[in-house]
Design a protein. Structure first.
Lengths: 318, 179
């Protein structure tokens, strides 16, 4: 295992930028949703409502941070920290631009999969320690969903890894200078997109926190900044999945030279975030068992066939 | 297989496209404090007490509005002036209870109590939501301009005897046998 660590300045800049972007997504999502639903959305606080996030933060910090007496205090406090930490750690291997990134590791893809698996602990602990039936149901659904969809997520990434011959995300981006992997790996891209949405439990796969069925799922009992951390953690996961799709299938920072690489990366990531929000605005939520059978009976065979065909083509070319 | 693809993929893509096209539709939102929405004349908002065309109070303190009120937010007391006209000594509406149902307006026999399109009635102090007669009375006739109860009713008041009202026949002398 080899890796190179970026400078302290760029690490700090990336950390701050990622968290600010994730927080601003609260405003972006509400504005985009209202755009598609013929409303205006938050436009009162600051120009175009840009300071809505600040207002939300002030509200959430001054709220009572209540731990229910029946909850298991240690894991209750630990759970929101896990999701933030794990997703921020995943960002360490993302190559944002040439020379911009935290760690340049040769096991980047595996590291992200490992961190995604750890993320399941956050929702599981949060739901279990709340000692609340809705939270337990939410945690049950979240755990099952995340563990199942990790399988297809990993397998759909393997096609890209096989084409590049490396687990290093930076090399995967550089290998796409001839053409983006979305064309040879279109099936893998679609599966990764679906699995990624399920992994970050966004709508339409927000079954673990389906408000209409089970309150808020695993974070029913959370309040104040602990809820805020779950909330920002969800948006961080959204940014992470969008960056991963960009890196794996859409050539990362590569693009025509009239814009700097980091801008190309941001444009692509924002495009996918907007697409995820459009999914939220348009697509209804499937039933829990439908999601499970769809994953295991449809996505798993398709992703396996995709991997086998990719491998066969690579071997026949060599 | 075809049905699966049609149901799961094509239908979803069509939905996504149609929702995205709503980007180009103007938002329905009315930005209220800057832009006032059009209030319809029959909107059931703030309650007023109107006056008749001669400038006298229309309310005859019959208590029908208070009886009709489902939340009992109207309180009034009848009194009489030297001409024999009835009018409320006090008339009090508790707007923190009022549900703007308009039953009082329907019950009112003299068109005195009326609902107006004004809805901006928020107060900081709860006691300020209780409106007295001098707050409720307006100087105009409200929605009905020509109606004057004492001019059409058979009630005898000062300056108008029995049989002198509009469309009213002179009372029959029941003790007389002659037709």
């Amino acid at each position: 295992m080899t890796f190179e660590v970026g400078s302290g300045l760029s690490i700090g800049a990336i950390l701050v930028t990622v968290i600010i972007v994730a927080a601003m997504l609260i405003w972006v999502e509400r504005r985009l949703l209202s755009l598609w639903q013929e409303r205006l959305g938050p436009n009162r606080v600051g120009y175009f409502g840009l300071l809505q996030v600040v207002a939300d933060m002030i509200k959430i910090f001054t709220k009572e941070d209540w731990i229910p007496p029946f909850a298991d205090k240690f894991s209750f406090v630990l759970a929101p920290g896990i999701i933030m930490g794990v997703i921020l750690l995943s960002f360490s291997v993302i190559p944002f631009a040439p020379g911009v990134g935290v760690v340049d590791s040769n096991i980047g893809v595996l590291f992200i999969l490992a961190m995604a698996s750890l993320g399941a602990y956050s929702v599981m602990l949060g739901g279990l320690s709340s000692n609340n039936k809705y939270a337990l149901l939410g945690a049950l659904r979240a755990t099952a969903q995340m563990i199942s969809y990790e399988v297809f997520m990993g397998i759909s990434m393997l096609g890209v890894v096989a084409l590049t011959g490396s687990f290093n995300l930076r090399e995967i981006v550089l290998a796409q200078s001839d053409g983006w992997y979305v064309i040879p790996q279109f099936v893998g891209f679609v599966i990764f997109l679906i699995a990624g949405i399920a992994e970050s439990h966004r709508l339409p796969f927000d079954i673990p926190e389906a408000e209409q069925e089970i309150c808020s799922g695993y974070h029913t009992e959370y309040s104040g900044m602990k809820f805020g951390m779950f909330f920002v953690g969800e948006y961080l996961g959204l940014v992470l999945i969008a960056s991963l799709i960009t890196v794996l299938f859409f050539g990362g920072w590569l693009g025509p030279a009239f814009l700097p690489p980091i801008v190309w990366f941001s444009i692509k990531v924002f495009g996918f975030i907007a697409f995820f929000i459009l999914l939220r605005a348009a697509v209804p939520r499937p039933r829990y068992d439908q999601l499970m059978s769809y994953g295991w009976l449809f996505l798993l065979p398709v992703s396996l066939i995709n991997l086998l065909v990719t491998g066969a083509i690579i071997l026949s070319i060599q | 297989m075809y049905n699966l693809i049609k149901d799961t993929l094509i239908s979803q893509v069509v939905t996504l496209w149609q929702v995205m096209m709503h980007m180009f539709v103007k938002a329905d939102t009315v930005e209220y404090p800057e832009e006032m929405p059009y209030m319809f004349p029959r909107w059931r908002g703030r309650i007023i007490l109107s006056r008749d065309p001669d400038g006298e109070e229309r309310c005859v303190a019959c208590n029908l509005c208070a009886v009709a009120c489902p939340v009992d937010c109207i309180a009034l007391q009848k009194t009489e002036d030297e001409e024999g006209r009835w009018y409320p000594e006090f008339f009090r509406i508790n707007f923190s209870r009022c549900i703007m149902c308009g039953f009082c307006e329907e019950a009112c026999p003299t068109n005195a109590i009326q609902l107006t399109p004004d809805f901006e009635m928020a107060e900081y102090v709860r006691q300020d939501m209780v409106w007295e007669k001098e707050d409720l009375l307006i100087s105009g006739t409200g929605k009905y301009h020509d109606y004057n109860f004492y001019r059409v009713a058979g009630k005898k008041i000062g300056g108008k005897d029995k049989g002198e009202a509009l469309n009213e026949a002179v009372p029959v002398n029941v003790r007389s046998l002659l037709p």
